[in-house]
Design a protein around this ligand. Structure first.
Ligand SMILES: NC(=O)c1ccc[n+]([C@@H]2O[C@H](COP(=O)([O-])OP(=O)(O)OC[C@H]3O[C@@H](n4cnc5c(N)ncnc54)[C@H](O)[C@@H]3O)[C@@H](O)[C@H]2O)c1
Length: 439
């Protein structure tokens, strides 16, 4: 014990050499501040002066501050965040990306300086169903604006050909995935389009259609919640069923047959809207709902049962145009670039919706057949067939809400849009007949 005590007093003595005892009555391990300061200051200076320590510190400060001041200039020389390229055939009202659109980017904006090796993030967007008709046009527009786009598609009705022109673009990714299965990604916005949209396709496997609408939408809403992304649902005018109100306003609750052959789609979309609002109210997810009316344009499936694509394909193949029922039922037709503008305007706006996105120009099926004949082949004949089950008698959107709150309205009339679609259909039908792969 004595020896130990002796050793510890030696150690204490050595410490005391560096920290000499004070005149205080307190033990030397607890010196008062007033007593310590006058002695420690010259000692610190003395320490800094030894072995060129001060020089090293000054050089370090110099290097750090040079990097700090140069970094913003260097990052400005990196890839541009503000791109104003227009996709062909798409009118763009919002060609400048505003970083404040997403919460994630708002945070990036606040930070100001980004650490070395990490570039400022561009907006990252998922488009489910992005290899389909509407989705592929939306992807064109988002990429042309400088966004990063990830397409998720199981290619049920979509085609790689719709996305192939972006292969090799580092801002584009294509994932073969079924939205009925969960997926984990880090993005700022989700445009949820994945769902067969034409009667031929959605009636082909009704159970899969309703699963896609319910489970697929749940999965994408779950992802949006987890990562704090904004979520946009592409719903449909079919939620109004066979409407008793005309034209249809967003406040109309619809007249839908819940047990009919179209219910997998109509009721599926109605449930998807419910889920979207429940995630918004219950989990605080930022959501947007678009109710899309009949849309046409290049890249539509050739024989999908949509009346416009049917008439155009038939007229080009020199077949009679098939009209179901007496042909007096009405529909409104919007060109795809108008819809894409509306979807982007909705995503960027603060309003949840639902918003009708459609062209209020109303045509009977017989009038549409006449426009197709005028555009493609005036000698085309019309063939009448019995009407299909639950086919709505009339459809026409009231778009005053979208006009007022989104500052959006369609610009392209049927007579302007149809020739743009015909050129694309002509190419694909010719390719089909020649045994090509484009469909
Ligand atoms: N085109 C219209 O007139 C119209 C009208 C109203 C609503 N909508 C809605 O717009 C969206 C797009 O419609 P569209 O006309 O482009 O249809 P589309 O069939 O061309 O595109 C749908 C895409 O979703 C993909 N898809 C389907 N099920 C999927 C699944 N389980 N997992 C992953 N991908 C899946 C398909 O492969 C396809 O690429 C749909 O949600 C549709 O309900 C379209």
């Amino acid at each position: 014990m004595k020896q130990l005590h002796k050793q510890s007093s030696v150690v204490n003595y050595r410490r005391d050499e560096e920290n000499p005892p004070t005149t205080s009555t307190h033990p030397s391990t607890y010196p008062s501040k007033t007593q310590k300061q006058p002695r420690s200051l010259p000692r610190s200076i003395n320490y800094l002066m030894k072995e060129q320590r001060l020089l090293f510190i000054l050089v370090g400060i110099l290097i750090a501050s040079t990097f700090f001041f140069l970094q913003p200039t260097l990052s400005r020389l990196g890839p541009s965040e503000y791109i104003s390229v227009e996709p062909i055939g798409v009118t763009n009202h919002h060609n400048v990306w505003n970083p404040s659109w997403s919460s994630a980017n708002r945070q990036v904006g606040k930070v100001g300086r980004v650490p070395a090796g990490i570039q400022r993030r561009q907006l990252r967007i998922v488009v489910t169903g992005g290899a389909g008709f509407v989705g592929s046009h939306l992807v064109d527009k988002l990429l042309a604006r400088g966004n990063n786009v990830i397409v998720i598609d199981n290619f049920f009705t979509g085609r790689k050909e719709n996305a192939m022109h972006h292969f090799g673009n580092p801002r584009f990714e294509l994932i073969r995935h079924d939205v009925v299965e969960p997926i984990l990604l880090e993005v700022d916005q989700i445009y949820h389009l994945a769902c067969p949209a034409s009667p031929v396709h959605y009636k082909y496997n009704p159970i899969k259609t309703i699963k896609t609408n319910v489970v697929g939408t749940l999965n994408m809403l779950g992802l949006a919640k987890r990562i704090g992304a904004r979520f946009l649902l592409t719903s449909t005018s079919e939620v109004y069923g066979d409407p008793l109100e005309h034209p249809q306003k967003e406040t109309y609750w619809g007249n839908v047959n819940p047990i009919g052959v179209r219910s997998c789609y109509d009721e599926g979309k109605r449930t998807a809207e419910t889920l979207t609002m429940d995630y918004h109210r219950g989990a605080g997810v930022e959501v947007r709902i678009a109710r899309i009316f009949n849309t046409y344009g290049p890249r539509m499936c050739l024989d999908d049962g949509h009346v416009v694509s049917n008439f155009v394909s038939q007229a080009l193949r020199k077949q009679p145009l098939t009209v179901y029922g007496n042909g007096k039922q009405t529909r409104s037709f919007q060109y795809v670039s108008d819809l894409v503008d509306g979807l982007v305007a909705l995503m960027e706006n603060e309003h949840v919706g639902p918003f009708n996105l459609g062209n209020p120009g109303e045509f009977t099926m017989l009038e549409l057949a006449e426009v197709v004949k005028e555009t493609i082949d005036s000698s085309a004949t019309i063939e009448f067939n019995p009407n299909t089950e639950d086919d709505p008698h009339k459809r026409k959107p009231d778009i005053s809400k979208a006009k007022e709150l989104l500052n959006w309205e369609p610009k392209i009339s049927l007579r302007e849009g149809l020739p743009l679609m015909v050129t694309d259909f002509q190419k694909r039908i010719l390719n089909d007949e020649e045994g090509g792969t484009l469909k």
